[in-house]
Write a protein that binds this ligand. Structure first.
Ligand code: SF4
Ligand code: SF4
Length: 261
């Protein structure tokens, strides 16, 4: 219990929005929750865990998605999945989880309406037949860059006045936004603190990968120390792109010193 008040930073209807100019590759302006933009400083608390598309989620992803109103979240999710008719069994599990009713069954297989789809990827996660996929080569690197540009916008104007804490505890294979979770993929590591969102995510990523992965988890490969654990859950992900691009846009530095307290 901290006793701190809960404030819905974009308002109860998600309409309290400040448009922040950033002038980057994908966005000239980003939509930031109004009370985040108005704050003088921030403490950003993030649970470090896996993600089906971005590999992992830490401080950068928390800034990007956590500080964006609905229109900003939609703007970041550029990728749209497609179904593979030859693999689809027509089981309908994807239809049940789709928040936008964007999937239907036609001639025994699923069809995704890209106009309705918001790119939340929940259908991909539940499809045990691996019949839903995305364009990993062209759409996913851009998705990561769009996220980072939103993170940049959320910090703009208070760069030296933000503290970050990453919780490397119960490091689960998937995002906390899913309505379910799974067993951790590596042992608990601890809590990291930094003033640099790029350094803290880089250090978190490295520390997770230095662990021996649990065999009784969703990790199917990459169990050994030094291997990318998040690729061991979702083989095509490359989460570190977040840190590289965040350094490129000037959010921080991938170099870090670990000081144990
Ligand atoms: S969950 Fe997969 S197999 Fe089932 S209908 Fe959807 S795409 Fe097809
Ligand atoms: S990505 Fe999300 S919104 Fe799009 S079809 Fe899948 S579950 Fe529905």
């Amino acid at each position: 219990m901290t006793g701190a008040p809960v404030i819905i930073a974009d308002g109860l209807s998600g309409k309290n929005i400040t448009h922040v100019p950033i002038g980057k590759k994908h966005f000239s302006t980003v939509s930031v929750a109004g009370d985040i933009a108005a704050a003088d400083s921030m403490i950003v608390l993030s649970h470090f865990k896996g993600h089906i598309v971005s590999g992992f989620g830490g401080a950068l992803k928390n800034l990007a998605m956590g500080c964006a109103p609905p229109e900003g979240k939609r703007a970041q999710h550029n990728a749209r999945p497609f179904s593979i008719a030859e693999k689809c069994t027509g089981c309908g599990s994807c239809i049940e989880v789709c928040p936008k009713a964007a999937i239907c069954i036609e001639k025994g297989t699923s069809v995704i309406d890209k106009e309705l789809c918001i790119g939340c990827f929940e259908c991909m996660h539940v499809c045990t037949a691996h019949a839903i996929d995305i364009d990993w080569v062209t759409e996913i690197p851009e998705f990561m860059e769009r996220m980072v540009e939103y993170a940049y916008g959320a910090t703009k104007g208070k760069e030296k006045k933000i503290g970050y804490m990453n919780f490397l505890i119960r490091i689960t294979p998937d995002c906390d936004c899913f309505p379910f979770s799974d067993a951790p993929i590596v042992p608990d590591i601890g809590i990291l603190a930094s003033l640099d969102p790029v350094a803290i995510d880089t250090a978190s990523f490295d520390l997770v990968n230095q662990q021996q992965g649990y065999t009784d988890s969703l990790l199917t490969t990459h169990h050994h120390k030094g291997e990318d654990k998040f690729k061991g859950v979702h083989a095509q992900t490359d989460g570190f792109r977040q840190c590289q691009y965040a350094e490129e846009v000037g959010m921080g530095n991938r170099a870090y010193d670990l000081i144990k307290i």
